[in-house]
Write a protein that binds this ligand. Structure first.
Ligand code: SF4
Length: 648
């Protein structure tokens, strides 16, 4: 029998607990907690209730309510968390892909402490720092620590079994306590300095290092003094990148919420010792319950997932379950935690900033959706395609300054680049620079794999739309290849560049035609009109294809130039050159390495290292302007591939 509020509400207990709402099939569609179960449920059905979010919904869905009584509201909170994870009800907040952030761990009870990267802090007596919200943030931090504070980074087993120090010692990043006599007090001072650095107490650390530097200088220990100076500079440098947004030197998580209909976005700002260290947004559809409940439930799940509990959690609204949640957070953190919803002052301004972030996340996602769906549909109509072009593949042949020609493929799915599917193809069978023959070779190789799939064999999916960069000629090649292979159902078009037309515009500039798309069997191209979604999509596609081709050419060109530079270094033969490239990956990285790092490469040693650094230091190691170097620090691509592409 369906749940009848008229008769059944009075039978619900007034104790704290958890309630589970079920539909006619017994499926749980919402789990909530309450300090007083009856009062809470009455809110859903009473005249002055907050049932605006559930209007119509409960009537349609609710068949039964099950309650579980708990001793305290805090217990209800814990149970709610378990039940949501277990049943994943449709209308509850779900932290599906919550990868908890990374933390750094130092166990300073160890004889020679080291620094570890871990996902979740444990209650094991070690010190944990973080959370770090991105891998790049943690890399940046570790770079400073490794370069300037020289803690070991080997595991305990390696540490015990070393017969001599490893490369870290040779490049000056570890004093080698595994085998060498190292001053433990000095090492421990380094550990304490790292701890201060990771806690964000960088001002205090700078003062301490200054003090140590001056004392070392007074004792005429200039090498040590220079090390403290370098550490001080590194710490001061890393401070400049972080924005101070709060006077109070405490850790805070600040939350903001934005709702539109049943869609809720939550933004979190992570403030550590007054500095904004990062932010993150979470998006939830189908949130039919009031904001206090959404946020309370979200926080419960979020902190139970192992995320760092700060000193203060700052909220945009007062939670019904604030007391129980505060108690639970203090339990998780092992110290006092404050939960507050400020109505004015600096903390309120932070909440407003978080709210703006949440709002922006909402609109950004909607814009992306609208852009993708709208543009694909418009493109289908404009080009009279048979398919909605969900997967688009664009092929381009490029030849740069006499270099070997390369074909590239970029792929868009749902209107956005799918970079994992990008490919470069080396031309195998065509001599010279016959564009059409090259396009034919590449499309034949690609589409044959699709034919395998069409016949029910393993192979690649065919695209919905195949775009060749070029006009009628390239389009003719593509349609012939498809016909030769018996492929049907794939739309094929040629995308030609806009053309300069006669005359000048009002500002005296050249007048260009619209971008033009050639369709099979149609004499005149279809122009894509300015400021339309379909034009933006197609130009984005072609720009991406050109960017991908140019990146590859730069890479090839630069790698060969750099290799040539290594060839020119006196006394560096093929085997030493190989050793350098094996260690650093590219000549550019050799040029960026320190003398000590180069000396540590087997077969090089300090004398040759000095010669190499002198040689590379006196030359421009790239042979290009600065703008091109950032794309060339990768390992060399495979035969056909680059940017993660795999050989075909
Ligand atoms: S030098 Fe020794 S202690 Fe230092 S990282 Fe290498 S193995 Fe570990």
């Amino acid at each position: 029998m369906a749940f009848d509020p008229e008769t059944d509400l009075d039978r619900i207990a007034t104790e704290p607990g958890v309630y589970l709402m079920k539909d006619r099939d017994g499926v749980i569609f919402y789990v909530g907690k309450a300090a007083n179960l009856r009062a809470r449920l009455r809110q859903y059905f009473g005249a002055t209730s907050d049932r605006r979010f559930f209007v119509g919904l409960l009537d349609r869905l609710l068949a039964d309510v099950e309650v579980v009584i708990t001793l305290t509201e805090k217990e209800a909170l814990i149970l709610e968390n378990e039940l949501i994870k277990k049943h994943q009800p449709r209308f509850n907040v779900e932290l599906k892909d919550d990868k908890s952030f990374l933390h750094l761990r130092i166990d300073d009870r160890a004889e020679w402490p080291r620094i570890d990267v871990v996902r979740r802090p444990k209650k094991d007596g070690a010190r944990y720092f973080g959370p770090y919200h991105s891998a790049s943030k943690i890399r940046e931090t570790l770079k400073v620590v490794e370069r300037h504070f020289q803690l070991r980074n080997c595991d305990d087993l390696t540490f015990k079994n070393r017969a001599r120090p490893c490369l870290q010692y040779q490049i000056g990043r570890c004093p080698g306590p595994c085998v060498l006599p190292v001053d433990r007090d000095e090492y421990q001072r380094g550990v304490q300095a790292v701890a201060l650095f990771l806690q964000g107490k960088r001002g205090e650390l700078v003062e301490r290092l200054r003090d140590q530097m001056e004392r070392a200088a007074e004792d005429l220990e200039f090498e040590r003094a220079a090390r403290y100076r370098d550490q001080m500079q590194a710490v001061s440098g890393s401070l400049e990148h972080q924005q101070i947004i709060q006077g109070a030197a405490i850790d805070q998580d600040v939350f903001g919420l934005y709702r539109q209909g049943s869609h809720v976005d939550v933004a979190a700002l992570f403030v550590r010792k007054g500095r904004l260290q990062g932010s993150r947004t979470f998006s939830f559809a189908d949130q039919e319950v009031p904001d206090t409940e959404v946020l309370g439930s979200f926080l419960n799940l979020y902190y139970h997932a192992g995320n760092d509990v700060p000193d203060e959690v700052v909220l945009p609204l007062v939670l019904e379950s604030a007391e129980a949640l505060t108690e639970r957070l203090a339990e998780l953190a092992g110290r006092r935690v404050v939960l507050r919803a400020p109505s004015r002052g600096p903390a309120r301004r932070l909440v407003e900033m978080a709210e703006k972030n949440a709002e922006q996340a909402f609109f950004q996602a909607r814009r992306a959706e609208a852009m993708q769906n709208g543009a694909l549909v418009k493109l289908k109509h404009r080009l009279r395609l048979a398919n909605l072009p969900f997967r688009i593949e664009c092929y381009d042949i490029s030849i740069f300054q006499g270099a070997a020609p390369v074909a590239s493929r970029v792929v868009f799915e749902g209107g956005v680049p799918k970079r994992a599917d990008y490919r470069h193809y080396k031309i195998r069978d065509v001599e010279g620079t016959d564009d059409f023959a090259m396009m034919r070779e590449v499309l034949m190789r690609r589409l044959k794999r699709g034919v395998g799939q069409q016949d029910g064999h393993e192979g690649d999916d065919l695209p919905d739309l195949l775009v060749v960069d070029g006009g009628k000629g390239q389009l003719g090649v593509a349609t012939t290849v498809a016909a030769d292979l018996g492929i049907t159902g794939v739309d094929i078009v040629g995308l030609a560049k806009s053309r300069v037309q006669d005359g000048q515009d009002a500002a005296g500039g050249a007048i260009r035609s619209s971008e033009r798309v050639f369709l099979p069997g149609r004499k005149d191209p279809i122009p894509l009109l300015p400021h339309t979604d379909e034009l933006h999509l197609m130009t984005y596609l072609r720009d991406e294809a050109h960017r991908f081709a140019i990146t590859f050419h730069r890479h090839v060109r630069q790698t060969s130039t750099l290799r040539t530079m290594l060839d020119d270094i006196p006394g560096i033969g093929p085997s030493r050159r190989r050793a350098l490239l094996r260690r650093f990956g590219s000549a550019e990285r050799v040029a960026a390495a320190t003398e000590a790092e180069i000396a540590a490469v087997p077969g090089i040693g300090p004398v040759r290292a000095a010669e190499i650094t002198a040689f590379l230091g006196s030359a421009d190691p790239t042979g290009y302007d600065g703008a091109s170097t950032s794309t060339t620090t990768q390992a060399p691509p495979g035969e056909d591939g680059a940017e993660g592409a795999s050989p075909r």
